[in-house]
Design a binder for this molecule. Structure first.
Ligand SMILES: NC(=O)c1ccc[n+]([C@@H]2O[C@H](COP(=O)([O-])OP(=O)(O)OC[C@H]3O[C@@H](n4cnc5c(N)ncnc54)[C@H](O)[C@@H]3O)[C@@H](O)[C@H]2O)c1
Length: 335
């Protein structure tokens, strides 16, 4: 843990992880490699940016020579850099495949050359696709339905192949949907919160019956750190929170925290490829000692409080032309 390279460290989860790692005395140095796309912001790092232990490099995981130099100088890597927004993947799938798959390969190939002691590849429960009943275990097959999830599933398989073929000591984490303060307002919870704070309407697909587990970003970071320290190379670790709520129940919590009511909600027909239910068995990471600490209602309250107090951080993001997406209609078909 001497020197840790964190890719995507200016993003929502990566920046929280960097702040966490900087607190540990056995972490002597943290380097962030981040391309600062529309989704990455130095402000996410806050005071951590000024830490003498932190170095920030603006650059891409697709830049082979840069990645090679940085990997050579670090003993461990946490790989979070990615295109991360499902809806965006509907119209720019190529970017998702390039960054998420080729970027992961570029990093792992450098780790292979330089004998990196530990790599954590950060992935998502969306790779399992819809889980009709029960809960997906780490050994279940991946069945992604949308380009984002397909690119993450492909990158997971690349990571596991690097372990089996070359012995690169990589672990994969697959977490539930993250939420918390300072998430980009394109994602569901901040989109709802920022809309409600502006007295605008929010939209639920179908009857809001889709089920998701919602994980506080700090809980995910504690789990990623645990895997970085104690995870067994070649293993996948599911990371859940056990909330498993419908979008309708989640909306009720957000409405309450924002002081709004159901008159602010409109329903639209469900779209294609909107997985009905995600659920994971995360007993494996429990066995490593992981326990999620944040209650969902409290976490939503904290998150709403942040958006209320910091309009200067999120309002400009809603106006950034790079962050705007064309609407892609995905009409639902039976079956
Ligand atoms: N947010 C979630 O709910 C969630 C859940 C499970 C897994 N994940 C995974 O966790 C990771 C981080 O997610 P997030 O929510 O923080 O995403 P984010 O979009 O907030 O951050 C991604 C970061 O990667 C950077 N980046 C993009 N392309 C890059 C490139 N080519 N080179 C270097 N940096 C690049 C961006 O600038 C940004 O800072 C992703 O791999 C994502 O797939 C996210």
């Amino acid at each position: 843990m001497e020197a840790v390279l964190v890719t995507g460290g200016a993003g929502f989860i990566g920046s929280r992880l960097v702040k966490r790692l900087l607190h540990f005395s056995d972490v002597r140095r943290v380097t962030v490699l981040d391309a600062l796309t529309y989704a990455g912001h130095i402000e996410n790092l806050g005071e951590a940016f000024l830490s003498p232990k932190l170095e920030f490099i603006q650059g891409s995981v697709l830049d082979g020579p840069l990645v090679d130099r940085l990997v050579r100088e670090h003993s461990a890597i946490v790989h979070l850099a990615a295109e991360s927004h499902v809806d965006r993947s509907f119209y720019e799938a190529g970017n998702f495949l390039a960054t998420n798959v080729i970027g992961t390969h570029t990093l792992l190939d450098a780790a292979r050359r330089h004998g990196t002691a530990k790599v954590v590849h950060v992935s998502t429960d969306e790779v399992y696709g819809p889980v009709v009943s029960g809960a997906a275990g780490e050994d279940d097959p991946v069945r992604p339905t949308v380009p984002y999830a397909a690119s993450k599933a492909a990158s997971d398989l690349v990571a596991l192949a690097y372990f089996r073929t070359y012995g690169v000591p990589v672990c994969v984490t697959r977490s539930a949907n993250n939420y918390g303060p300072a998430q980009h307002p394109e994602k569901m919870i901040p989109l709802f919160v920022t809309s409600l704070l502006k007295d605008a309407k929010v939209t639920l697909h179908g009857e809001g019956e889709h089920v998701r587990d919602w994980l506080h970003v700090q809980d995910n970071c504690s789990a990623i750190e645990l895997v970085l320290r104690d995870g067994r190379p070649g293993e996948v670790y599911n990371i859940g929170a056990g909330t498993n709520v419908t979008n309708r129940d989640l909306t009720a919590l957000i409405l309450k925290a924002c002081g709004a009511d159901w008159s602010s909600v409109t329903y639209v027909p469900d779209r294609r490829a909107n997985d009905l239910r995600y659920a994971m068995d995360w007993s494996k990471i429990r066995a490593l000692g992981y326990r999620p600490r944040r209650d969902l209602a409290e976490g939503i309250g904290e998150t709403v409080g942040w958006y209320r107090a910091n309009p200067g951080r999120w309002a400009p993001l809603l106006r950034n032309p790079e962050a705007l997406m064309p609407k892609v209609e995905l009409t639902k078909v039976d079956g």
